[in-house]
Design a protein around this ligand. Structure first.
Ligand code: GLY
Length: 334
């Protein structure tokens, strides 16, 4: 096999769709470091990325950027799927999951966290202030209170209460990610997204990521999805790149999805191709009808190139390399 064939096999032969928006090597073969942040679902990115970008543009760390960025969605009482305003589980409780990872393989996560405003901050405190990496339920709540957060009301937000009452009236005890208004929309789309995952590179070339969610609406009480599971909903390898996921958490956990994307980038695939290969793996092994589920990945490599791929159409994401949040539609398998 000659070099050209090897390059083709590795998928390095052509620029990915997104590469022209990323950064490539300069003539001296040095990679210029330029900060970048991207996050899942453009309608969230448009609010969250500017806060992250503000930090990155002032030489702040990628870790601070992603934490503060996703907190915008956690604080938004009208967000259906992130933070305390989100839709509850089938028993009427809002339970939150989050994970964070920095450039030194340090990780923190929380799951089934109730009545705490910022799960991502709690996850960061798990990472920085404990000898552990994952704390759940009442223990996570106690820890958050101990770290200075308040015990918030257990009342549902007006939107969540309305959605919950509608759901109860049908008594469909089937958790689903498609919080339908329109049954014709694909599962998990820009109007009923389920997570914000954000990955960033700072001016020092360091990568970090954060992922936070209320999980599937009307899930079983105690159900945990991919978002707080390091390697599933989020993974960062500062030598290679970062990835995060949105969509059906069970399928992302089954494939260690974000880790898989980063490992494909390690093998030399572009971020877009790495995401595509992970989505193909999900389609190949899921025991469900692939048309009934949605999964989307976004990824960023050390060169600042980024990409995304989804199982179904409808997944978009937002990217900042300056003050403007650019919207991109991910390509899809189905
Ligand atoms: N992707 C979020 C969840 O499945 O919980």
């Amino acid at each position: 096999m000659n070099r050209r064939e090897i390059v083709k096999l590795l998928g390095l032969g052509g620029l990915s769709f997104y590469s022209k928006f990323g950064y490539s090597k300069n003539k001296s073969n040095k990679i210029p470091i330029k900060p970048i942040v991207l996050s899942t679902w453009h309608n969230q990115s448009i609010k969250a990325n500017p806060i992250a970008w503000q930090i990155l543009s002032q030489n702040g760390s990628a870790l601070d950027a992603v934490e503060n960025g996703v907190q915008v969605c956690e604080n938004d009482i009208n967000n259906c799927c992130v933070g305390l305003g989100a839709y509850p589980d089938r028993d009427g409780f809002v339970t939150l999951d989050a994970s964070i990872m920095n450039h030194q393989y340090e990780i923190g996560a929380v799951a089934a966290l109730e009545r705490i405003k910022s799960p991502i901050h709690t996850a960061r405190m798990v990472m920085e202030k404990t000898p552990h990496v994952f704390i759940v339920g009442k223990g996570a709540q106690d820890f958050a209170l101990n770290q200075g957060q308040n015990l918030e009301s257990s009342d549902l937000s007006p939107n969540a209460l309305n959605a919950y009452q509608n759901w109860l009236s049908k008594s469909e005890y089937q958790p689903k990610i498609n919080i339908e208004k329109n049954q014709n929309t694909p599962p998990a789309n820009e109007f009923n997204h389920d997570t914000i995952g954000m990955i960033a590179m700072d001016a020092n070339g360091n990568l970090s990521g954060a992922c936070t969610t209320s999980g599937m609406a009307f899930k079983m009480h105690g159900r945990v999805g991919d978002s707080p599971v390091i390697g599933a909903g989020l993974y960062v390898d500062n030598a290679i790149g970062a990835a995060t996921a949105t969509g059906h958490g069970e399928e992302v956990i089954r494939t260690c999805g974000s880790f898989l994307v980063v490992e494909y980038m390690r093998r030399g695939f572009s971020p877009e191709k790495a995401c595509k290969l992970a989505v193909e793996r999900i389609k190949q092994i899921t025991p469900r009808d692939p048309k009934s589920i949605q999964v989307g990945f976004i990824a960023l490599n050390k060169k600042g190139e980024f990409g995304a791929y989804a199982l179904q159409k409808g997944f978009d994401f937002g990217v900042n390399t300056n003050d403007e949040t650019k919207k991109f539609e991910a390509l899809a398998l189905i």
